[in-house]
Design a binder for this molecule. Structure first.
Ligand code: BES
Ligand code: MN
Ligand code: ZN
Length: 480
């Protein structure tokens, strides 16, 4: 989407649709206060009122609720509601009058974010069949924020990370027969090709096995699709330690020999949401030129059942030499992340964040509102919480404890990939991962509840792109 900031009056906005926020008890600008319908406009949050002042433009008043309760999340939601209206009206251009809010840069970012995320559609597989009533609608192509021109930088930053989030949603939505490990690798190659500051390295199945990445090798052995271990390195400089991102890239999770039930299994195309988030966050961080060194590692594979698949009870050796009893083939994410975490640290990551659709248990604990963060480092956990509050991609910390760790001990091997009890499933999974990071500051983010069907107005159903904006914000905060 084309995004700019201009200091013009409503009358000169030159857009097919002009949006104005109205707080409870507030009043509309004098130049439109006399338009037909204006007295009926309401400030209650999310109420939309269309006005027809008589020019070619249409005006939309959006209720923002109480002025003292206005925040960035409300503005993202309001912007998404406007984007939906723009879709219905087939408006290709939109102007947003900057509402009265103490932090104008934050308000600008929120409007741009809500508009770009809110107008996202995944229509790659729709519409070429020639159905008359399926005619493609005019998409929203441009957004102007009406405000001081020094906000142009904030608008551009938000455009970059919001479009990155939408690209992550494309990867999420793409079905598993089109989004295979090699396709994620190809996307990583594109990200590296876009800038000299990013380099890429890709290991195929033979290289993965030769390196002794026993977890990734084991999960992939059930199917014919060759796995990939993807590494992106971004050299942005800066003073701080090298950051590591690791993302779970299971392009389809059948459960393996411990096959999942058929109902809802199609959702398991989303089991690469962590990979999508870290890849596109890396792309956005590089595009913004943020001053940090970053290593991003994605283990990518399908998890399939077959005569060659890993079986319950099989013992594997992970990249760092730890042996693991695979007591449940559906707990595959931790096996591939274990190799990837150890590898990222070996490559030089000094603080590591992994993101994964790891456990159904996190949905029971936190629903789709918060992702769970489990960390061995208080500072990193705090920084993630702060970035979550800023972006609306919320995280809530769950604890580590030696008692959880004890639940992951193996009978015949060092560890089991299945806890002795079902309770605290999100934490026991994280406790397993903790065995592979030694003393490196590390945070694990379980996004199984937040990666799709979140239901917020700016993400709706389907892939949410969760994590891209969170990780970009974390790096912006670190660099500030
Ligand atoms: N990919 C799933 C987790 C998941 C479940 C994500 C539901 C989104 C929605 C993961 O690989 C898995 O199967 N986890 C198991 C672990 C269990 C066998 C210990 C789970 O959560 O049931
Ligand atoms: Mn699984
Ligand atoms: Zn999985």
């Amino acid at each position: 989407m084309q995004v700019d900031v201009r200091q013009t009056s409503l009358g000169e906005a030159d857009a097919a649709l002009v949006a104005i926020g109205l707080c409870e008890g507030g009043s509309l600008p004098a130049e439109i206060a006399g338009a037909p319908g204006a007295p009926d406009a309401k400030g209650s949050f999310k109420t939309l009122t269309r006005l027809y002042p008589g020019g070619p433009e249409r005006l939309l008043v959006v209720g923002l609720g109480a002025q003292e309760e206005l925040d960035a999340e409300k503005l993202r939601i309001a912007a998404a509601l406007v984007a939906a209206e723009a879709g219905k009206l087939e408006a290709s251009s939109l102007a947003w009058a900057l509402p009265d809010f103490e932090d104008e840069a934050a308000a600008t970012e929120a409007l741009v974010t809500g508009t770009i995320l809110g107008s996202y559609r995944f229509d790659r597989f729709k519409g070429s069949g020639g159905e008359e009533d399926e005619e493609p609608k005019t998409p929203l192509e441009s957004l102007s924020v009406l405000g001081p021109e020094e906000l142009a930088g904030a608008a551009e930053t938000a455009r970059v990370y919001s479009e990155a989030a939408n690209r992550a949603r494309d990867l999420q939505e793409t079905p598993a027969n089109f989004a295979r490990p090699e396709d994620l690798a190809r996307r990583a190659e594109e990200i590296a090709a876009a800038t000299d500051a990013v380099t890429v390295e890709i290991l195929d199945g033979d290289a993965i096995r030769a390196k002794g990445m026993g977890g990734l090798a084991a999960v992939s052995q059930g199917g014919p699709v060759d796995p990939r271990l993807i590494v992106l390195r971004y050299a942005g400089g800066g003073e701080g330690p090298t950051l590591g991102f690791v993302g779970k890239g299971v392009t389809f999770d059948t459960g393996g020999i411990v096959l999942k039930p058929g109902a809802g299994m199609q959702e398991m195309k989303f089991d690469m949401s962590g990979a999508a988030a870290v890849l596109e966050a890396t792309a956005a961080i590089a595009e913004l030129g943020l001053p940090i060194d970053l290593i991003t590692v994605v283990p990518a594979t399908e998890n399939m059942p077959s005569g060659t698949a890993i079986k319950p009870g099989d013992v594997i050796t992970q990249y760092n030499g730890t042996t693991v009893e695979v007591n449940n083939t559906d707990a595959e994410g931790r096996l591939i992340l274990a190799d990837a975490l150890a590898y990222a640290i070996e490559l030089g990551a000094e603080r590591v964040i992994d993101m994964a659709t790891l456990t159904g248990a996190v949905l029971i604990a936190l629903g789709s509102t918060y992702a769970a963060v489990v960390a061995n480092d208080d500072e990193l956990a705090r920084e993630l919480s702060a970035a979550g509050e800023e972006t609306g991609e919320l995280v809530w910390r769950l604890p580590l404890h030696p008692e959880y760790k004890a639940m992951m001990k193996g009978t015949v091997a060092d560890l089991s990939n299945l806890a002795k009890k079902r309770e605290a499933g999100t934490i026991t999974a994280a406790s397993f991962l903790e065995e592979f990071v030694d003393d490196t500051p590390w945070a694990h983010i379980d996004i199984a509840g937040t990666a799709w069907d979140v239901g917020r107005p700016y993400t709706g159903k389907g892939g949410s792109g969760y994590g891209v904006r969170l990780l970009v914000q974390l790096v912006r905060d670190l660099a500030a």
